[in-house]
Ligand binder design. Structure first.
Ligand code: GLV
Ligand code: MN
Ligand code: MN
Length: 431
């Protein structure tokens, strides 16, 4: 733990045992049996308990902690000067049956950075903020990054009222029920003048770092996503007495739509596009009834915003042709639309220097997943530090990153924050 590394200067060393303990404490807050992964959905009591745990950790080491209007938890360590803040953090919710690291690694990294700063009595000029965002996963509302969208100023109260989960509960209701104040969502917006930078550590959720044996990924671009529901309505009827040529089977039409969506993503012109139909509802869902209605949830991800929207339109256009030919009605409904975001090069340079000085290998890469930093980037310069994901797996119980790998990321995160804190110290430039 206290080992010195060759080439490293005298710097605080992250503690993998403590990281393991922090991760395990959050993983214990789980709505599914442990062998079925982690389920901690946004705006549920479990997510709230995880935020309470985060808050307790930071209160215990003397930080001031508050909740904003949507339920994001923000802890502050006061700086020596009156300057804009440097922040770090991520999210504590999960997908259903997900893993223990997505989001959590970044929150745990934030807690551990705070612990190291306190333990080593490291002075800093800027206020430092440690953030746990609510409801980052799109699992409940089809909307990613609910909490960080509030920080980034992307929500109105009306928009929060207009988006519902499968039980008809709107985001606004969900925030209210968990103790927030959605009608005041604009008060959760981060003021640009109040933030110098925000850095997020996250698991890669892909296999590039592991495959290449590289310690750290530094993100230059975060993919955008367009998500929509396609409702296909045919005619439900008896499977025995309805001849094949007289059917309007919504599920066979849906099957064709799923394959055409995959085909569009695989088209050579669309390098790097990812299209997924991750959820299908079939009504009435009986083996002896022709499916009369099917809902498909489609997720289009891209690093090119124009192509992302063109492909979403193309899927709907081709789906309509399929449905027309099968006498099935098609109704598309947009769920969310977020553009890819380019992260500032100057801030990535700070993180690459930090990785270099710790003797860590790194590569610059884009993120295929959405992240809170994508939303925060509208109000604060943002950077992301990736650590390897075993087998590239994420959003599944098998998701895994070792405590040593997270510790390396924590050290790069800490050093980046301290380097940012020193920028402009001599008055030559300021953050
Ligand atoms: C967030 O986890 C995403 O779906 O990209
Ligand atoms: Mn995440
Ligand atoms: Mn996720």
């Amino acid at each position: 733990m206290n080992e010195r590394r060759r080439g490293a200067t005298e710097k605080p060393v992250a503690d993998p045992a403590r990281i393991t303990e922090l991760i395990a404490s959050i993983a214990a807050i789980n709505d599914t049996p442990a062998d079925q992964g982690i389920t901690r959905i946004g705006f549920t009591p479990s997510e709230k308990r995880a935020h309470k745990q985060f808050s307790d950790w930071l209160c215990d080491i003397g930080l001031t902690v508050r909740s904003d209007e949507v339920g994001n938890t923000i802890a502050e360590k006061v700086g020596l000067q009156s300057l804009p803040a440097i922040g770090t953090g991520s999210h504590l919710d999960s997908v259903p049956g997900g893993g223990r690291f997505d989001g959590i690694a970044g929150v745990v990294a934030a807690v551990h950075v705070a612990e190291l700063l306190v333990r080593h009595e490291i002075p800093h000029r800027h206020p430092l903020r440690f953030v746990a965002f609510v409801c980052e996963e799109g699992a409940r509302f089809g909307q990613a990054c609910v909490g960080s969208k509030a920080a980034g100023g992307h929500w109105s109260y009306e928009a929060l009222q207009g988006i519902r989960d499968s039980n008809g509960i709107s985001i606004a209701d969900a925030i209210q029920r968990s103790g927030g104040c959605p009608s005041d969502v604009v008060r959760a917006i981060w003021q640009k003048s109040d933030w110098a930078a925000f850095l997020e550590l996250h698991v890669e959720q892909g296999g590039q770092l592991e495959e290449s044996g590289v310690d750290i990924g530094l993100v230059d671009l975060i993919s955008g996503s367009t998500r929509f529901e396609l409702v296909l309505e045919g005619v439900a009827s008896h499977t025995g007495s309805t001849p094949m040529h007289l059917r309007a089977d919504a599920l066979t039409a849906a099957a064709q739509v799923i394959l055409l969506a995959e085909g569009i993503a695989n088209d050579g012109r669309h390098r790097g596009t990812r299209v997924t139909v991750g959820k299908v509802d079939v009504h009435p869902g009986s083996i002896t009834t022709i499916p009369g209605r099917v809902s498909l949830w489609v997720d289009v991800r891209d690093i090119d915003s124009g192509r992302q929207r063109l492909i979403a339109d193309e899927i709907v256009r081709q789906a309509r042709a399929v449905c027309d030919a099968r006498r099935v009605a098609l109704t598309p409904r947009l769920l969310s639309d977020a553009s890819p975001v380019v992260l500032p090069a100057w801030l990535r340079d700070v993180t690459t220097t930090a990785a270099d000085q710790r003797g860590r290998s790194y590569r610059v890469m884009y993120s295929g997943a959405s992240h809170d930093s994508q939303m925060v980037a509208a109000v604060a310069p943002a950077a992301m530090i990736f650590v390897p994901s075993r087998g590239g797996l994420s959003h599944v119980p098998e998701e895994w990153t070792s405590a040593n790998e997270i510790a390396r990321g924590v050290e790069v995160l800490l050093d980046s924050i301290m380097a940012l804190d020193k920028l402009g110290e001599s008055g030559d430039c300021s953050v």
